[in-house]
Design a protein around this ligand. Structure first.
Ligand code: TPP
Length: 646
């Protein structure tokens, strides 16, 4: 690819530089910014379509507002690449999402321009409202706070809670609703249709904007009469379109819809509405992937496309002649369909991730039994509980870190009632370049303490299938299956399924000097380490796969407690309260005189990087596990080492 020269953005190192650009040249700034994002993301993968869609909006925001004093809170933050590039991070952008490089999401630790840390959806209105209210309390009346939220993120309950609260607190919040009719997959739900409806009443919207401007000019748009004006607006709107404006109904002034790719128009309207006190919404219509044809045509694929050729739009999908193990996600998707074809009680629920978790496979064949409920994890769990109460068997697939949103739904709506919801936690463990907000490291610890749950972690694809098969059998109660992102270890995975005994682990290898107990796919990290130590030091190590975190295989743990004085537990989750803690508690409760060394995630948030880099850093790759086993053996004096290099 030819090296491009950028006349404008190469000289923009902060929004002050941007403000120095003549307004008539801003479309050129936008074109360069867009090209820069495309070039960089083609070589160093990340989110693409969303950032392309908000290029003009980003430029306009930094042109109009006085950042970082004014706060811009990006929802999710996957669309903030342009923001990062314009706020002093252009030259570092090639490190985006890499180990020790820029974070793929706004992060206040990285820049004062990143007003609030994000990664999970639908937080922007609540956070920005809090900031706006705090600013008024501190008498910083001239501070503007802007929440930029997509129509996908608007489907999350938290966004509505924020809206509801916005109307009662004194604040100056501006909510920019970035409406592209897409989440990762097409946006689902009534609200998206509602946005289409209000978008079509342009004449009414124009009249109202003019009225606002007029009233504001003569200082009659006070807080006292604002409510009456919005109510009047709503009644006019109701007469004209037989529909109320939901924002105006909540006492939040609504502006728009406006063309989100007209940078000049955006600047004009933002400069205007900035003058109005009180909460307001600006509805902006954009195209996801704008300016790059393949991304415009196929927004789901180009949400996060991996590496690609800028000229041809060809994506770097790995082609190999050698058979490799499939992704856990593919196995989940294929197996779900297979089971659903046999068992008509099975339904599938996803909070807006049908492609990511491969539920699209079932969606294609059995669309009536697949429910994309929007970016609404709490609702997904309670909705599944409702279906289970009526005798269905919902497979509710939620990414492990997003499941944190639905904790009480799991306890209150599923576990207490012992409902047969099969909760499939995708992306458990280290996820890689999405980083701290997305690693699925807490689930083992936060699930283990909930009564009535069965919690399992397959060590390979065949076990995933067997666990799914087991979970859909009658009267299983709440059943959690957590598995990682990416490939497992078994190529020939498509074998007949069989039921597994609940709470039964497996001894993968007998041994005498030390017991290693792993959970899930950590078995494949440990296995070569065990072989290496055994070979080089003439010792014998047993390896057990616990498989079920709950109920624990007590018979197996008694056997281990009686036979060994040294145990190493290995998990891809937090050490505090996780699987290793469960073993430690068990050994203590049963008074076994054993030393339990727990390997897992320490008490800190893990940043972004490739899984290999991160597991290496954490000592959870084969090399690190080898070292830990050696150290353990050495400290116990059951084996003497003069030198040991790993
Ligand atoms: C709580 C939570 N659930 C799911 C996701 C995954 N996710 C990231 S972006 C996205 C779509 C967001 O859609 P929208 O807000 O419309 O932004 P767009 O990508 O269309 O610009 C989803 C579902 C997330 N980040 N957080």
């Amino acid at each position: 690819m030819e090296k491009r020269t950028y006349q404008y953005i190469n000289n923009i190192n902060s929004p002050i530089d941007l403000k120095a650009v003549d307004k008539k040249n801003l479309p050129k700034v936008c074109a360069e910014l867009r090209q820069f994002i495309i070039d960089e993301v083609s070589k160093n993968p990340g989110h693409l379509g969303s950032s392309l869609g908000v290029v003009e909006l980003t430029v306009a925001l930094h042109y109009v507002f006085n950042t970082p004093y004014d706060r811009i809170v990006w929802d999710v933050g996957h669309q903030a690449y342009g923001h990062k590039i314009l706020t002093g991070r252009r030259d570092l952008f090639h490190t985006n999402r890499q180990f020790k490089g820029l974070c793929g999401f706004p992060s206040p630790k990285e820049s004062e321009y990143d007003a609030f840390g994000v990664g999970h959806s639908s937080t922007s209105i609540s956070a920005a409202l809090g900031m706006s209210v705090a600013s008024l309390l501190k008498d910083e009346r001239n501070r503007n706070v802007v929440a930029v939220i997509g129509d996908g993120a608007m489907t999350g309950g938290l966004a509505f809670e924020g809206l509801n609260n916005t109307s009662v607190n004194k604040n100056n919040l501006l909510i920019i609703l970035n409406d592209n009719q897409m989440a990762i997959d097409p946006v689902q739900g009534g609200f998206t249709q509602y946005l289409v409806d209000i978008t079509t009443s342009r004449t009414y919207n124009k009249i109202r904007f003019k009225a606002y401007k007029f009233l504001n000019k003569f200082h009659v748009l006070t807080d006292d009469n604002k409510k009456r004006i919005t109510q009047f607006n709503n009644s006019v709107k109701a007469t004209l379109t037989r529909q109320n404006n939901i924002f105006e109904g909540l006492n939040i002034r609504y502006f728009g819809p406006v063309d989100g790719h007209d940078v000049d128009g955006l600047i004009r309207i933002m400069s205007e509405i900035k003058k109005f006190n009180g909460p307001k919404v600006l509805h902006v219509i954009t195209k996801k992937g704008k300016g790059y044809e393949p991304a415009e045509k196929s927004a789901t694929v180009w949400h996060a496309p991996g590496k690609f050729d800028v000229e041809t739009g060809e994506r770097n999908t790995i082609k190999t002649l050698v058979s490799t193990p499939p992704l856990f996600q593919e196995v989940f998707g294929e197996t779900l369909l297979e089971l659903a074809l046999e068992n008509e009680k099975i339904v599938a629920v996803t909070p807006a991730m049908p492609s990511g978790c491969s539920m699209v496979i079932m969606q294609k064949e059995l669309p009536k039994r697949v429910f994309d409920v929007g970016i609404a994890e709490g609702h997904a769990v309670t909705f599944s509980a409702g279906m289970a109460k009526e005798g269905m068997i919902p497979f509710c697939n939620i990414y492990s870190s997003f499941m944190q949103r639905a904790y009480d739904n799991l306890i209150h709506d599923v576990a207490i009632q012992e409902l047969n919801v099969v909760l499939c936690l995708d992306r458990a463990g280290i996820v890689g370049s999405d980083g701290a907000t997305h690693h699925g490291l807490f689930d083992l610890a936060y699930m283990r303490c909930i009564p009535h749950l069965t919690i399992a972690a397959p060590r390979n694809e065949i076990e995933l299938r067997n666990l799914m098969f087991t979970a859909q059998q009658p009267d299983m109660g709440p059943f959690v299956i957590r598995y990682p992102r990416g490939k497992g270890t078994v190529v020939d995975w498509h074998q007949p399924m069989k039921a597994l005994e609940i709470g039964k682990g497996e001894c993968l290898k007998q041994g005498n000097n030390l017991a290693v107990i792993t959970i899930g796919t950590m078995a494949s990290h440990a296995q070569p380490a065990i072989e290496k130590i055994e070979k080089e030091f003439n010792t014998s190590i047993a390896h057990y796969d616990i498989r079920f975190l709950k109920p624990l295989d007590e018979a197996m743990l008694h056997e281990i407690g009686k036979k060994f004085s040294l145990i190493i537990t290995i998990e891809d989750g937090v050490i505090i309260g996780g699987f290793g803690s469960a073993v430690l508690e068990f050994m203590s409760d049963h008074k076994y005189p054993v030393q339990v060394k727990r390997l897992g995630i320490p008490d800190s948030f893990i940043e972004h990087g490739t899984p290999d880099e991160l597991y290496h850093m954490l000592g959870l790759d084969t090399q690190g596990i080898t070292r830990s086993i050696a150290e353990c053996l050495e400290s116990s004096k059951s084996l003497r080492f003069e030198t040991f290099e790993v």
